[in-house]
Write a protein that binds this ligand. Structure first.
Ligand code: ARG
Length: 499
């Protein structure tokens, strides 16, 4: 058959992608479905039968669990990847893996079109498509949820149901959860639907991977986790001696143990790449355990200055992964740096899992940089305490410089605090500030532009000086407001009309 009009569709077997399958056919395309086993609980045989029944020209189902674990999750662990300090990137890491596998099939089969069911508001469309374009520049993407023709026709779930009935698409037997789920080996993520109001607590029944920490076993689980080049290569359960040493088996085992002990749940608001904030709930049991253990072995074995640079790269890497830039020059470069940084990260971490937490209890390494003699309170070792005095004196040179000292003291006096919140104790009048200035300041503060514009350059410079000299702010103005005043002054000076 000619492949001119063939589309490779990322197919989950659910209602959305089944409707997309039919709709693509309606538009004149032949459809080949691609279903990835990336560790989600799913009936792949049923998905195959369904796709065939709906007229797919070919059904491809691939087990990507091992490559996901070995080539994507592992890098995340080595990097200590974390987005906005909390999200371990389970969905974001899976997308380039799935896209890569689809591109391989598309290229082998000579298929030019790739389609997916990601929504038009999310990160996944970006991740998926950026990966496809990077690996297959000529590819043509069909993203129905971004096509007016599609989204105006299918406004809600009931439209999809209607279409499914008309087109012989089997309706889901189980009631759809009132939120969207994305599940894989690394995590289950929940968002949208009733979770959209960030104030509302998620129902206890939502969680699929982990036990509620309050209901977790009273007895901790003690483990030994061994790393080589920053990659976990062996896990041993110290209670029953169970050992796992292949990447996937080890990860699955930690998911099971972590899940039982309620580890790796978070409920957060995050910043999507497209600009909106969204509320998400995640369960990442093994990822959380391995992150804690890896951070620990890294601190034992990695040089302090290298660690600092690597940490900065990790922040950058996490954002690149979140933003779908896995296959970009900058991300490829950082991955190489991260891999290089892991050369000496060998050793074993001892920990226990208990009521939602991972407690690190010890560590050892043949490449440890820890020098017990050097740090000990009891041994002098190769260290002369008198040298510390010189070290401190020289380090303090900067702080002792008169202007640094004065500025520091001034800052402390300028921002006295009440209950930790900066406040001024004296009013501006009490501090002898010219009433014209006070008026101007309060106009700036209350966003009354008239006076500011009238006063223009010279008076504003005077005000700036006055504020500097008097070291004060209008009463009850916060630091943020003072900053705003300075900003306004700067703008006016530059001739920018603050209207
Ligand atoms: N917000 C997460 C991310 O962008 C998860 C997105 C998919 N999750 C979902 N439940 N649909 O990586």
């Amino acid at each position: 058959m000619s492949k001119e009009n063939t589309v490779l569709l990322a197919y989950s077997g659910g209602l959305d992608t089944s409707c997309i399958l039919k709709w693509l056919q309606e538009k004149g395309y032949d459809v080949v479905t691609f279903t990835a086993d990336i560790g989600q609980e799913e009936d792949f045989d049923a998905a195959r039968v369904k796709a065939e029944k709906l007229g797919a020209k070919q059904v491809v189902i691939q087990d990507l669990r091992r490559e996901f674990c070995e080539e994507f999750i592992s890098v995340g662990i080595q990097a200590n990847a974390i987005y906005e300090d909390r999200y371990l990137l389970g969905t974001a890491l899976a997308r380039p893996c799935i896209a890569r596998a689809m591109v391989k099939v598309a290229k082998n089969e000579g298929i030019r079109y790739i389609s997916h069911g990601a929504t038009g508001k999310g990160n996944d469309q970006i991740r998926f498509e950026l990966a496809c374009y990077a690996l297959y520049p000529e590819v043509k993407i069909i993203s129905p949820w971004r096509l007016p023709e599609f989204y105006t026709r299918f406004k809600g779930r009931s439209d999809l149901f209607e279409y499914a009935k008309e087109n012989g698409i089997p309706l889901p037997i189980t009631l759809k959860a009132p939120w969207s789920i994305d599940a894989n080996l690394m995590h289950v993520s929940y968002e949208s639907g009733i979770l959209e109001d960030p104030k509302n607590k998620a129902p206890d029944t939502l969680y699929e991977m982990t036990t509620d920490p309050e209901k977790a076993p009273d007895k901790p689980e003690k483990l030994e986790i061994e790393f080589r080049t920053g990659i976990p290569i062996r896990v041993k359960n110290l209670a029953d001696g169970t050992e796992k040493s292949d990447a996937l088996g080890l990860y699955l085992y930690l998911n099971e143990l972590g899940g039982r002990h309620g580890i790796g749940r978070i409920d957060i608001v995050e910043n999507r790449f497209l600009g909106m904030k969204s509320r998400g709930i995640y369960e990442t049991p093994a990822g959380t355990i391995l992150r804690e253990a890896h951070l620990d072995i890294e601190n034992l074995t990695m040089d302090r200055e290298l660690r600092k640079i690597k940490h900065q790269l990790s922040v950058e890497f996490s954002q690149q992964v979140y933003r779908g830039l896995w296959y970009s020059p900058e991300c490829t470069f950082i991955r190489q740096c991260i891999e290089k940084s892991q050369e000496g990260i060998d050793g074993t971490v001892y920990c226990k899992l208990y009521k939602g937490h991972v407690y690190i209890t010890g560590r050892e390494s043949p490449l440890s940089l820890y020098n017990q003699e050097l740090v000990s309170m009891d041994v002098q070792g190769e260290y002369n305490p008198e040298d510390a005095a010189g070290f401190i004196t020289i380090t303090a040179l900067r702080s002792k410089s008169p202007s640094t000292y004065l500025l520091q003291e001034r800052r402390d006096n300028t921002f006295p605090r009440e209950n930790g919140i900066p406040t001024t104790t004296k009013t501006l009048q009490e501090q002898g500030i010219n009433s014209n200035y006070i008026k101007l300041l309060s106009d700036i503060y209350t966003d009354n532009p008239t006076t500011v514009c009238l006063h223009k350059d010279s008076s504003i410079i005077k005000i700036k000086k006055a504020i500097r000299q008097e070291d004060t702010m209008p009463p009850k103005l916060s630091i943020a407001c003072t900053e705003k005043i300075f900003r306004t002054i700067e703008w006016t000076k530059k001739g920018i009309n603050i209207n």
